[in-house]
Write a protein that binds this ligand. Structure first.
Ligand code: BGC
Length: 313
């Protein structure tokens, strides 16, 4: 295991204070802190106001003993009422999930490799979150999403905008405001049972950023035709676990994010009319920079895209 000496900045210095006696942290601890920032501490994000049990930075990893750890159990009432997208309670005798496998139409594999099952419950692949149960998530174990990162160059008076500070062109992406938390985010969504992630990504983009749910069939077909080329040129930029505020010790979010980039100033993305719909209450073209503050791990995905295009960050 690689050992780093303190002091370190950011998350490392928080650990420094708590861990002064030991005076070392491992790279894997740093990576756990990064993955469990938004899904640790404070209250679980539902109207039931359930506090998460405290999980210090150096106790996130399951391999570290933490005998005092007694997290509250919480699954939201609407999940327990058994909507079609949710699993039954684990105690139900006829619920026999095939963990770490394609279980009929439901993908119970993690993008990050096998997760463990402890006392019958799948265990969060990135460590403790301070809460057990499913919270607001429907599935035990991984809950799969897909994210479309749709980008174009910022143009003013027909010219690409150069950022004076970095000397790089400014990229923009289509950003929605989530109805649940009010935070700005990529217009992604959950993969339906049996659905290809590529289908989820297109469907969610059209529902949330173009409000396709309220389009006539004819307009929908026309829009799909216009976007066809762009969607064929997608490139995967991320696949794995997400630091989502809804994660628990037994249920967590994972996603696959694709970048669909328009380089051509006559291309469809320079004339497309945006209309928020479904789970989005607003939509806009957002300039990309390191000042962004986005839902879950979305800022990191956007940074990857900015770097990929050698754009301003
Ligand atoms: C969102 C995705 C997001 C995922 C994980 C889903 O609810 O629609 O955009 O990546 O959660 O946070």
């Amino acid at each position: 295991m690689i050992i780093h000496q303190l002091p370190l900045d950011g998350a490392g210095s928080m650990l420094h204070a708590k861990n002064a006696a030991v005076n070392i942290i491992t790279l894997s601890t740093l990576s756990s802190i990064k993955m469990h920032t938004k899904c640790r501490g404070g209250f679980y994000p539902s109207s039931d106001k359930v506090p998460r049990g405290e999980v210090p930075d150096d106790k996130i990893e399951w391999s570290i003993a933490f005998p005092e750890y007694k997290p509250r159990q919480y699954t939201a009432a609407h999940i327990l009422s058994g909507p079609s997208y949710a699993d039954p309670d684990i105690s139900k005798p006829d619920f026999k999930p095939r963990w770490n496998a394609k279980d009929g139409n439901v993908n119970r594999c993690s993008h990050e490799g096998p997760y463990t099952i402890v006392d019958g419950f799948p265990r969060n692949i990135h460590g403790r979150t301070g809460i057990t149960g499913r919270g607001l998530l429907g599935r035990w174990g991984p809950n799969h999403a897909g994210d479309p990162i749709v980008t174009r160059w910022k143009m003013v008076s027909g010219k690409k905008v150069l950022h004076e500070g970095t000397g790089r062109f400014v990229l923009q992406f289509i950003c929605i405001q989530r109805r649940d938390s009010g935070e700005w985010a990529i217009p992604g969504g959950m993969v339906d049972p049996g659905e290809l992630v590529s289908t989820t990504i297109k469907r969610e983009f059209q529902e949330e950023a173009l409000n396709s749910l309220e389009m006539t069939e004819e307009k929908k077909k026309q829009t799909e035709q216009q976007l066809k080329d762009l969607f064929q040129r997608g490139e995967e930029v991320y696949s794995g676990y997400v630091d989502d505020p809804r994660n628990t010790d037994n249920a967590w979010m994972e996603t696959i994010a694709y970048n669909f980039h328009e380089d051509n100033e006559d291309g469809i993305l320079y004339s497309l009319q945006l209309h928020a719909g479904d789970d989005a209450k607003a939509v806009k073209w957002q300039d990309i920079s390191m000042q962004l503050n986005l839902y879950a791990s979305h800022r990191e995905f956007i940074q990857t895209v900015a770097e990929k295009h050698n754009a301003h960050w």
